[in-house]
Design a protein around this ligand. Structure first.
Ligand SMILES: O=C(O)CCC(=O)C(=O)O
Ligand SMILES: [Fe+2]
Length: 453
């Protein structure tokens, strides 16, 4: 497992995040405990006395924290989740203090038979606090994981050694007001990166077969701060005694990173904005102009494990495909599975059965079904809203991919397609060359630099 933080980790996080995001059971249990507190305080408190201010305030703080936590969980807001953690701890701390201070608790602990002598109000409050404490510990654990999974990679560039593999380049433009004089023209660049072999275990304990994924985030931005624009100044970059040996450090800057709080501003190269602008204008479904592009390069036997893109890009993504064709499989999220299966989408290597063979045997809720799409070179795939949030998308790690049953067979294989890698008879593609994809998205929050975050 790679230890650095970069786009590859981001993919892992996204997979885990999907399940944690949907797992609201601790919050539901917490809400249940708080409701018992409300009933206890108002219905069972000793006649005439009414609920104590302490009980009312802990229940109120507890409820507010739960609402905040639930909002944070649903909308993937780290700040709300943090408020939830602090507020719910305070509420619990006060109620534990209240119960602990009561001499009755001590007496009940010393002599459990005395429990029958306590009032219903006190008894419920003691049990509620103890159960609440347990649930709180579990809820905080889940929330910490959730926050961790929502945190995107830090501004670090990591390279691994090993065999060649998928390369990823992340490109992002500046925000409108960026007048940073150090940025100038951007140059496209593909950097070769090696691949690690890593395994991802999601919370269903499904182990993906050593998916080879690597990513390298680089912003295609060059500096003119040191006079790269003027040839005269190239001399500044001479090394050694030879007059014609020039080395420019950090010619391409690293970053293009989507931070937890938004996108760190970078320049989008003009050759790319022409395309992203067209996607934005022609589709008319992006909330704002596209400001984030991932360029992925896949070897013929490489795919991408089933995953859901992160919340920072919601609700729409557009993928432009170049090079070798590929079949992208969409699988409903595991929470929408009616009868769980132990099979994964990736368990049939080099086969050409109908698309999504393993998952087809499952039953799915709310009219969800696995489906696949054939991505031909120069095509554009857009998925939005529920197609974005309810399904994982992935590409198998196989050179031979079956397109029997894909949703777009007619559209993808029209008369003009004379691609020799496509076999219409056996409805399969043979990926003989690399595939390059441009994943275009909009990150709503853009920051000029890290220090503002
Ligand atoms: O390369 C592709 O077509 C898909 C890439 C993708 O899903 C991603 O980077 O999130
Ligand atoms: Fe994706």
């Amino acid at each position: 497992v790679p230890d650095g933080k970069d786009g590859a980790d981001c993919i892992t996080s996204r997979i885990e995040e999907v399940d944690f995001k949907r797992d609201g059971s601790w919050f539901m249990l917490g809400a249940f405990i708080q409701m018992i507190g409300v009933l206890d305080a108002f219905l069972l408190s000793p006649a005439g006395e009414g609920p104590s201010k302490l009980v009312v305030s802990t229940v109120a703080v507890g409820l507010i924290s739960l609402i905040t936590g639930e909002l944070g969980r649903r909308h993937s807001r780290v700040s709300l989740l943090k408020v939830y953690m602090v507020a719910s701890c305070i509420a619990l701390y006060i109620s534990v203090l209240g119960v602990a201070k009561s001499t009755l608790t001590l007496e009940v602990i010393k002599n459990p038979s005395k429990i029958w002598g306590t009032t219903k109000f006190e008894l419920v409050e003691i049990i509620r606090t103890l159960v609440g404490l347990t649930i709180q510990v579990l809820a905080i654990g889940t929330t910490r994981l959730l926050i961790h999974n929502m945190s995107p990679p830090k501004r670090t560039l990591t390279l691994w050694s090993g065999e060649g593999g998928r390369r990823q380049i992340c490109i992002a433009p500046p925000d409108e007001s960026d007048d940073n004089p150090t940025t100038s023209h951007a140059y496209p660049a593909l950097l070769s990166v090696s691949t690690p072999v890593w395994r991802v275990v999601n919370d269903e304990s499904v182990e993906y077969p050593a998916t080879r994924i690597v990513s390298l985030a680089v912003a295609l931005r060059t500096r003119n701060k040191r006079g790269m624009e003027g040839k005269d100044n190239l001399g500044d970059f001479k090394i050694g005694s030879l007059p014609t040996l020039i080395y420019v450090p950090e010619f391409i800057t690293d970053s293009g990173v989507v931070h937890e709080k938004g996108l760190i501003s970078q320049e989008l190269p003009p050759w790319l904005t022409k395309t992203t602008q067209k996607v934005y204008e022609d589709s008319g479904i992006f909330p704002l102009p596209i400001n984030h592009v991932l360029v992925n390069e896949y070897l013929p036997n490489q795919g991408i494990m089933p995953h859901q893109d992160g919340p920072a890009y919601f609700p729409v993504v557009a993928i432009i495909s170049l090079g070798s064709p590929a079949v992208m499989d969409f699988t409903p999220h595991s929470s929408l599975r009616f009868l769980p299966s132990t099979c994964t989408n990736n368990d049939k290597e080099e086969s050409c059965d109908k698309v999504a063979p393993a998952v087809e045997r499952d039953e799915w809720l709310d009219n969800h079904h696995p489906f696949s799409v054939l991505l031909m070179p120069r095509s554009l795939l857009i998925f939005k809203d529920t197609a974005y949030s309810d399904y994982l998308h992935g590409i198998k790690d196989t050179e031979l991919q079956c397109f029997d049953g894909v949703l777009n067979e007619v559209e993808a294989l029209n008369e003009q397609v004379r691609d020799c890698t496509v076999s219409r008879d056996i409805k399969s593609i043979h990926r003989t060359t690399n595939r390059i994809s441009l994943t275009c998205r909009t990150v709503m929050k853009v920051h000029k630099n890290l220090f503002k975050i």
